[in-house]
Design a protein around this ligand. Sequence first.
Ligand code: SAH
Length: 461
Amino acid sequence: MRKTVEEGKLEIGQTFPLTIRKMGINGEGVGFFKRQVVFVPGALPGEVIVAEVINIKNGFAEAKIKRIREKSPHRIEAPCPVYDQCGGCQLQHVTYEEQLRQKRDIVIQSLERYSGLNMEKTKIHDTIGMETPWNYRNKSQLQVGKQDTNVIAGLYGLNSHRIIDISDCMIQHAATNKVTQVVKALLRRLNIPIYNEKKHSGIVRTIVVRVGVETGEVQLVLVTAKNELPKKEIFIRDLRNKLPELKSIMQNVNGKRTSIIFGDDTHHLAGEEVIQETLGDLSFELSARAFFQLNPTQTVKLYDEVKKAACLTGTERVVDAYCGVGTIGLWLAKDAKEVRGMEVIRDAVLDARKNAANHGFTNMEYKVGTAERIMPLWVKEGWKPDVVVVDPPRTGCEYEFIETVLKVAPKRIVYVSCNPSTLAKDIKHFSKKYNVEYVQPLDMFPHTAHVEVVVKFTLKK
Ligand code: SAH
């Protein structure tokens, strides 16, 4: 939450020198003008800039950099040619080492503010980064559009509904870039109608490509506004000729006026319906709509951190709360007596059950429902966990869920968070009965402002 200040002190267009004190949760620079908070995208901690106010809202000001007077030694030239327009990345103008330090600092700022922890006594480890922090995303979803006669595909630009063409995204896996390029060229050559958002006409809306990083298998899902796909046969034949790695070609139909990518109907066009991927010892079949972590390299490190914090010996009952398709539980299952997971999305739970069965685990059980509803049911049945792992959405855990966990008092809680602010608030509740052993930040999305955190809690004696 941003700090409230008296309005009216700064005005739009006003320019003034500003020292940047820290990095905000969205990767922007944060400074104070006569105690007013000013957010400046692109400015770095330690820099002195001349800021120009562009917006005043809810009591804080937003400014842009007019000039940099004193530059941070960690500032670099962003390597991506469309970095300034695209909006997909926020930190390419910072060295990678400094990104990792700043992400740790963002976690510290949130904990200082909301957790009630004594920060001098709290162990916050260095951020676990990537060795090669590029080309890590296994899936791309790019909107298709036309620019004159050219077919383009990209993301909507910052604060606009104009598509920024992305031909070689530096954070995407090379295989997804290659397939997208070939599809774009084919759409143009075959003159297949492109969807026009304003007129709600045309056919092809989105190019979705996912690669199994370990297996090399690639799936294309072409999202179209209608069932028909003109020149379908030639399109498929040419694609298969040019891209032998394409194991699966699917079509998804989304006829609605919406910014949601997928519609309800998915058709099989060619090859297999799924691609294979592995994560450590586990293997997964990925269908067009299946959820899968976007950075598999870092996911393995994240799950290993969860395993380390869970300290399992083979005798424990474990909860995998907010389990998605059950991957964290699978990672832990062979060291646990029993794993139970819950998740609100029914299809994800079906996948979780299938994944458990495929790996021969008989000690796993999954329920559809919210963590706050299912957890008390288990406790009422007399089933009590020894270790609880939570991986909630950005909003954090519901209070009822935390209360139930506090009541059954498992030996350990492992909290995986993608939002330091809600994590800090939840830590405050758990702290009634638990000590924070350590906090481990991890970088799932290099060059963006996201930070993932694992917290190990142990029951107070
Ligand atoms: N643990 C998984 C995914 C975690 S993402 C993995 O590592 O891949 C968070 C998940 O929580 C999402 O799948 C979301 O659907 C689910 N979710 C959201 N609110 C929930 C709630 N109140 N109870 C249970 N699950 C919830």
